[in-house]
Design a protein around this ligand. Structure first.
Ligand code: AFD
Ligand code: MN
Ligand code: MN
Length: 398
């Protein structure tokens, strides 16, 4: 049945002028990084919610991330978060990950938890606090070199809760001075991705609140500083695909933190609330293969209600589906319609791709990559969760 559906789809796409072989090769080259923090017990600011079988250690997080990679074929790296992930043997951690067929990816400093950071990290009026945050970044750069990572991914909760609490310009200068200090330590292709977020934990202003501020800071730093777009970090109604296009055009789109939100930074499964927005974002990326190859595609979600690994498999499948749909847009016809101001034809070129069932194509790609055609079914049939619950039921993690 699925082979027939695949043949029908290929014929349909060929008649639309889509080169199926090229689409498949780009889907096989897709690379999604999953975050260590999605595999362990997390929650919201109202509480941590435990799941049987959740990863308790960095090694167990690697096990789960490696399983997602084996089942999907594209989740080749795992991001680490320094503070939440600790080790006195990062080389050993790197080697263990590689023994599982996984590489460690971006390194995320945590300078938003801890009493010292109550009034900010790089924007703090206390030089001692700024210095502590700098040391945390330098430790992350050392870890990057030990694990072979070239991405320092930074997000700061810095901001204020009341008018008058802070001086915006003095804070900006502290922030830029510290970022310059970090940037000066980077070598070779090492890159710093500056992430923005319009509010939370600060509720009156956030020092890096939007893409413009992140772009300003990254531009002040230099070539190896770019902007990280976290989908859940925008005010309602913001056109994220437009931001993505502008940053891509400027060579400043460093990466994504994929998730979805109904209200704010909900860290829900990407594409679960607004799949069309995700498709439109991928349309900008699919339109420029060379530029979009340099971008870091990372998930940033906290899985605490759905089973964690199942949600990650769903997440990867949603990202593959959005990319596949974006790749089958006929851009020649789209441009003709745009130049001809044929709005309906231009829109329909996108809508037709979005409404195409690309699952038969994705199943074929997975099989050709040596992965299960349906990774979620394979996960469930493989009894992985039951085995994890069994193995991780002991009181102390090894
Ligand atoms: C929180 C922040 C931000 C950051 C992530 C990991 O909102 O998205 O990237 O934690 O540090 O979700
Ligand atoms: Mn994020
Ligand atoms: Mn977030």
């Amino acid at each position: 049945m699925s082979q027939d559906a695949y043949k029908v789809l290929c014929d349909q796409l060929e008649t639309r002028g889509v080169r199926v072989a090229e689409v498949k090769s780009r889907l096989k080259a897709q690379h999604i990084e999953t975050p260590s923090w999605a595999y362990s017990d997390t929650g919201t600011r109202f509480g941590i919610y435990k799941q049987a079988g959740a990863a308790r250690t960095l090694y167990e997080k690697i096990e789960d991330a490696a399983l997602v990679n084996r089942l999907t074929g594209v989740a080749r790296t795992m991001a680490v978060h320094i503070g939440w992930d600790q080790s006195d043997d990062w080389l050993g951690v790197k080697q263990y990950a590689e023994s599982q067929g996984l590489k460690l990816g971006s390194v995320n400093p945590n300078v938003f938890q801890g009493q010292d950071y109550k009034f900010g990290a790089f924007t703090s009026e206390e030089a001692r606090v700024r210095e502590r945050a700098l040391q945390a970044h330098f430790e992350c750069i050392d870890i990057m070199r030990t694990i072979g990572s070239e991405v320092l991914s930074v997000w700061y909760g810095d901001g204020t809760n009341y008018p008058g609490q802070g001086d915006f310009r003095r804070r900006k200068r502290h922030l830029l001075a510290c970022l310059r200090e970090v940037y000066s330590r980077l070598q070779g292709k090492e890159t710093i991705l500056v992430e923005y977020k319009f509010f939370e934990p600060a509720f009156y202003h956030t020092d890096i609140a939007d893409w413009g501020l992140a772009y300003l800071l990254a531009s002040n730093l230099g070539e190896q500083a770019k902007v990280l777009v976290d989908l859940g970090h925008h005010a309602h109604g913001v056109n994220i695909e437009h931001i993505v296009a502008v940053l891509l055009d400027e060579g400043k789109l460093g990466g994504f933190h994929f998730n979805n939100r109904k209200y704010a930074d909900d860290d829900l499964t990407v594409g679960s609330i607004n799949p069309y927005e995700l498709f439109l974002i991928y349309c900008e990326l699919a339109a420029d293969e060379v530029a979009s190859r340099e971008v870091a595609y990372m998930v940033d979600q906290c899985h605490y209600l759905k089973p964690k690994t199942e949600e990650m498999i769903q997440t990867i499948a949603n990202l593959q589906s959005a990319y596949a749909k974006a790749l089958i847009v006929n851009r020649t016809r789209l441009k003709e319609a745009q130049l001809g101001r044929d709005l309906v034809a231009a829109e329909n070129e996108l809508v037709r791709a979005f409404n195409t069932d690309v699952q038969p194509l994705l199943e074929e790609v997975r099989e050709e990559m040596g992965c299960p055609r349906d990774p979620l079914e394979a996960f469930r049939k493989g009894g992985y969760l039951e085995k994890a619950i069994q193995a991780r039921s002991s009181k102390t993690a090894s």
